[in-house]
Design a protein around this ligand. Structure first.
Ligand code: FES
Length: 82
């Protein structure tokens, strides 16, 4: 399970969220995506504040964490019926 990363964002500053998962910190683009089909998602911070940025890349409100990483996967228990 990949937990979100807490970062401090500066209001009005433009950030580039890593969508490939290969950047050194996993959340902000450092150019490691070059040569892949991925490209960073640009966003502008709307306030000076800490934010939890998604590391699992499955949030519905990228770049922010929505708790998707913590949802339990549905277990396949069909083997019990055999
Ligand atoms: S390093 Fe991941 S999108 Fe740039």
């Amino acid at each position: 399970m990949k937990h979100p990363v807490k970062v401090y964002l500066d209001k009005g500053k433009t950030y580039h969220f890593c969508t490939c998962g290969k950047s050194a910190d996993g959340v902000l683009c450092d150019g490691s995506h070059k040569g892949s089909v991925f490209s960073p998602k640009e966003f502008i911070a709307t306030r000076n504040a800490e934010a939890l940025l998604c590391l699992c890349k499955k949030s519905t409100c990228i770049p922010y964490c929505d708790g998707t990483h913590a949802r339990r996967q549905k277990l396949d228990l069909n083997f019990l019926l055999d």
